[in-house]
Design a protein around this ligand. Structure first.
Ligand SMILES: [Zn+2]
Length: 379
């Protein structure tokens, strides 16, 4: 692959949280070949001038639900008028998804992934979880495989209305898992009151692990349940949401390799209290930020918005929030080739229409992503 020299970088962040380089340059192919001061840059096949812009690693969105049909704008309006969020709307999207053709689902997925790319997300995890039967879960994952290698089997999103709890857990851990495993890297469970309890979640995640999938968990979103403890017990890569934590949950996460993935778009969109990122960071836990993009509880695809929420509402510093949206997401996906711009990493980067990455939180809601490079190719 031909090499590209990016010159005139006003502020280069190769690894968030480790300081920045001013008047910098980068040489990339599909990988980062070189990063350093512009005055020392080697020659390349072509060059592009960033004209003083800040350059940061592409965002890693480690939690998204993108295979679905329809939307739930009316449910959002009702919630903003005072109705509480219970998670019951998942069944509404399930019905729309089952009724949709492959073409409709594929087009909606492509639209959302495109929306993410233009906003700087270069790695995205995509879950199933709106089919909730063998054929529609397998179909969702087949489609997800067309857009990402980070695919997650979430048959255990909720118990569908046409199944009994006991038989559904058996199905998810049995026939559904067998059909879905070839298309999934990860297995996930919504461990929550009203969804799946700790024992059911353990059964499903262990069956997934036995089939070669790696576990991650929706944990402690709505209540202080046992999801976080289960995540660490089974060595999950990530415990996602972590909104309601006991001190023991924070300590357990801090002394584990399980990432605490915070999804503040969900609290924003359900008008709920935010997770306490400060408490997790001060305890030494690894924190990731992700969108939870889904049509019910968090219909945002913007990592910049999540960074702004992390800083303004969750007491993260701008550097911590950028770290969580890049390296944190990568660690939640057990990846070390994305989320940073060290030599050898994927050439996934964002050129900001701003002199500094601080502007992501400082100028919330403003489209600051000027250009995105994905695997060495401009998006
Ligand atoms: Zn989710």
């Amino acid at each position: 692959m031909r090499s590209l020299l990016i010159t005139g970088i006003g502020e280069l962040t190769t690894h968030a949280g480790e300081g920045v380089l001013r008047d910098a340059a980068l040489v990339v192919t599909d990988r980062v070949e070189w990063a350093g001061p512009a005055s020392a840059a080697p020659a390349a096949d072509s060059a592009w001038d960033a004209e003083g812009s800040a350059v940061i690693p592409g965002f890693v969105d480690s939690h998204a639900h993108l295979v679905f049909a329809g939307d739930r704008a009316a449910e959002f309006a009702a919630r903003m008028a005072g109705q509480p969020y219970t998670g019951g709307g998942i069944r509404t999207t399930m019905a729309a998804t089952r009724a949709a053709s492959d073409g409709v689902l594929r087009a909606n997925l492509a639209r959302l992934v495109g929306e993410m790319r233009r906003q700087g997300t270069t790695t995205v995890e995509v879950k199933s979880g709106y089919g909730l039967n063998v054929d529609d879960e397998a179909r969702s994952l087949r489609l997800a495989c067309e857009v990402t290698s980070e695919t997650t089997f979430l048959g255990a999103h909720v118990v569908p209305p046409d199944a009994s709890r006991e038989s559904y857990v058996e199905l998810v851990a049995g026939a559904m898992l067998s059909e879905c495993a070839p298309y999934a890297k990860w297995i996930d469970v919504f461990c929550e009151r009203g969804a799946f309890d700790v024992d059911e979640s353990r059964t499903i995640l262990k069956a997934g692990a036995a089939a070669g999938l790696l576990p991650r968990i929706h944990a402690n979103q709505l209540t202080r349940g046992g999801g976080v403890q289960l995540a660490v017990e089974i060595g999950a890569a990530s415990a996602d949401h972590c909104t309601h934590l006991a001190d023991s949950d924070v300590d357990t996460l801090a002394s584990s390799s399980t990432v605490a993935t915070l999804l503040p778009g969900a609290e924003f969109s359900t008008r709920s209290p935010y997770p306490d990122a400060r408490r997790l960071l001060d305890a030494g836990a690894t924190v990731a930020l992700a969108t939870d993009c889904n049509p019910g509880s968090s219909y945002t695809s913007s990592m910049a918005f999540c960074i702004a929420l992390g800083v303004r509402e969750m007491k993260m510093t701008p550097a911590e929030a950028l770290l969580a949206a890049t390296v944190g997401g990568a660690r939640a996906l057990r990846r070390d080739d994305v989320g940073h711009l060290g030599t050898g990493a994927a050439a996934d980067l964002i050129v900001l229409d701003a002199p500094s990455s601080l502007h992501l939180a400082y100028r919330p809601g403003v489209p600051l992503v000027k250009k995105v490079l994905h695997k060495g190719v401009w998006v």
